[in-house]
Design a protein around this ligand. Structure first.
Ligand SMILES: *[C@@H]1O[C@H](CO)[C@@H](O)[C@H](O)[C@H]1NC(C)=O
Ligand SMILES: *[C@@H]1O[C@H](CO)[C@@H](O)[C@H](O)[C@H]1NC(C)=O
Ligand SMILES: *[C@@H]1O[C@H](CO)[C@@H](O)[C@H](O)[C@H]1NC(C)=O
Ligand SMILES: *[C@@H]1O[C@H](CO)[C@@H](O)[C@H](O)[C@H]1NC(C)=O
Ligand SMILES: *[C@@H]1O[C@H](CO)[C@@H](O)[C@H](O)[C@H]1NC(C)=O
Ligand SMILES: *[C@@H]1O[C@H](CO)[C@@H](O)[C@H](O)[C@H]1NC(C)=O
Ligand SMILES: *[C@@H]1O[C@H](CO)[C@@H](O)[C@H](O)[C@H]1NC(C)=O
Length: 465
């Protein structure tokens, strides 16, 4: 297969205005669409009324097929696609039922000790179980190593390689070798490896990345019927590299219609939380979580410092933070641009009650996950960052958000957190930690499964809120 042939002229769509309208409609609302023929205006109808006020807990299509309807449908011969859609309709109905079932006590859900960190623990649990029962992913076999079917499994972009490997051969039961049975199709290329192997250092030219993506989509859309049927709406990609969004510009439908799972989840840069998934950045230096960080859970660390941050002057927010808090040794806020040699980064986290997580050049920061591991309450200072798993998790149950304008008041704000609230935040951290841990092999409710669950929700066209 060829990935490197010269760029082709972009197809100009005759009905460009219809297309733009469709994309707008698709992105701005919860729509349901059929998959038998290419997506067009007759297929993009609003099958479900918008969410009513009583149903605030869940943002997804309202009307479920009634039992009578389901039975009727079963008697006729169903196509594969209809069966898939029927299964999804049943999943939606059961999630909706669980979400509103006040009889179902959360104590019957053994793994959730506290509901304060989930928007709706019952809906989440039901949705997760439905995913385990039904969800099937096809991984395109096209493409060659190393840029496809592999990715970095160490350092800052760990999650990219670990997810691709887990999806390819993790034995997790979600992969199907029959694409017609799949709910979503995964294009397993690594943007981090594109940058490593295709990008010319210092050239600032990202064209090779876009071309690779463009070629990949072209290859699979010619060889298989699936891309053309939905314009990629049931396809997904995953990228942790900062240039993930730029690479996806290589195909306009991939950018605007497909599910893009991205660390760089900046809502001002085309990230659309309705269809895209925010990916947590998990920095594993040599592929493993530092045992030191994990020691947090075994002991009650004495935490003499109020807050800690060490990091470079990247992006627009950190200069403000450093300007206000660097070298303010008379306070208990420990902010460094360069951590002094005698201090250990993880020890500092373990000795602090709060860990400051300002955005750098990009919105995501690996500090958030490190803070969660260290049971150091993350203080999120970012703008336009769509937080990972935020359709399921109540981030206010285990973190603190401070706006950029509040940076000068940081000490006052953190001192103002009562002991009672702090304890709750720590409990929340202990509850959500498993959702941010990568396991080999993957375990239920871990980071791999949570990412897949986010994709599942997008495929259901639902948002748990
Ligand atoms: C949409 O598809 C239907 C058939 O599925 C076709 O009859 C109709 O002409 C198409 N509309 C547009 C605007 O392409
Ligand atoms: C959910 O339950 C409440 C009362 O328990 C009811 O008022 C509301 O209509 C229900 N919503 C749905 C969508 O069933
Ligand atoms: C909840 O329990 C009550 C009494 O046991 C029952 O009448 C009601 O139908 C139940 N509601 C749901 C949604 O199952
Ligand atoms: C999908 O559409 C493209 C562009 O219109 C076309 O070149 C390709 O052959 C189609 N794929 C299939 C499988 O028909
Ligand atoms: C995505 O859609 C917007 C609005 O329709 C359009 O301006 C933009 O060019 C599209 N993005 C890409 C990469 O094609
Ligand atoms: C901050 O403190 C360090 C070490 O104490 C010192 O070397 C540095 O000059 C100080 N920076 C400022 C801006 O005061
Ligand atoms: C998010 O995107 C906006 C618009 O491009 C940009 O101004 C801002 O710097 C970005 N945020 C970060 C942290 O990169």
């Amino acid at each position: 297969m060829e990935f490197f042939h010269p760029p082709k002229p972009i197809t100009i769509f005759s009905s460009i205005s219809i297309l733009l309208l469709l994309i707008f409609l698709l992105l701005s609302q919860n729509y349901n669409f059929k998959f038998h023929t290419p997506l067009n205006s007759t297929h993009l109808h609003r099958e479900f009324p918008p969410i009513s006020d009583q149903f605030r807990a869940l943002h997804f299509p309202q009307t479920a097929p009634s039992r009578v309807k389901l039975r009727k449908v079963r008697k006729t011969r169903l196509s594969r696609e209809e069966k898939l859609e029927l299964g999804l309709a049943q999943a939606r109905a059961s999630i909706r039922k669980a979400a509103n079932d006040s009889n179902l006590s959360t104590s019957s859900i053994d793994y959730i000790p506290s509901s304060s960190v989930y928007h709706n623990p019952r809906a989440f649990y039901q949705s997760y179980v439905e995913m385990e029962k039904r969800f099937k992913v096809y991984v395109y076999p096209e493409g060659e190593l190393p840029i496809t079917h592999a990715g970095p499994c160490k350092n800052i972009y760990t999650i990219e390689g670990r997810f691709i490997h887990e999806m390819e051969d993790g034995g997790n039961g979600f992969r199907t070798v029959d694409p017609s049975r799949a709910h979503v199709l995964f294009m397993p290329f690594s943007v981090a490896w594109m940058v490593k192997y295709l990008y010319k250092d210092g050239s600032y030219d990202q064209t090779p990345l876009r071309m690779f993506v463009s070629d990949y989509v072209e290859v699979v859309s010619k060889k298989y019927p699936f891309w053309n049927k939905t314009n990629g709406a049931d396809h997904f990609i995953l990228a942790c590299h900062d240039w993930g969004p730029i690479a996806t510009e290589g195909n306009r439908f991939l950018y605007n219609t497909s599910i893009r799972v991205l660390c760089n989840a900046n809502s001002s840069e085309g990230f659309n939380p309705q269809k895209d998934v925010s990916l947590p950045e998990i920095h594993l230096y040599d592929g493993e979580i530092s045992p030191k960080l994990l020691s947090a859970s075994n002991s009650h660390h004495h935490r003499p410092h109020l807050a800690f941050f060490a990091g470079g002057l990247h992006g627009p927010i950190r200069p403000i933070l450093l300007n206000h808090w660097k070298n303010r040794t008379h306070t208990n806020i420990h902010v460094y641009e360069y951590l002094p040699k005698q201090l250990d980064y993880y020890d500092e986290m373990l000795q602090s009650r709060f860990c400051l997580c300002p955005s750098g050049y990009e919105v995501a920061s690996p500090r958030i996950v490190e803070a969660i591991y260290a049971e150091c309450v993350p203080v999120i200072i970012s703008e336009r960052y769509v937080l990972p798993f935020s359709d399921v998790l109540r981030w206010e149950g285990f973190s603190i958000e401070v706006s950029v304008s509040e940076i000068p008041r940081l000490e006052e704000i953190l001192m103002g957190v009562s002991e009672e609230r702090y304890e709750k935040l720590i409990q929340g951290l202990r509850t959500v930690r498993k959702h941010f841990v990568l396991n080999r092999p993957a375990k239920r409710f871990d980071a791999f499964h949570m990412i897949l669950h986010s994709v599942w929700l997008r495929r259901l066209n639902v948002k748990l809120a």
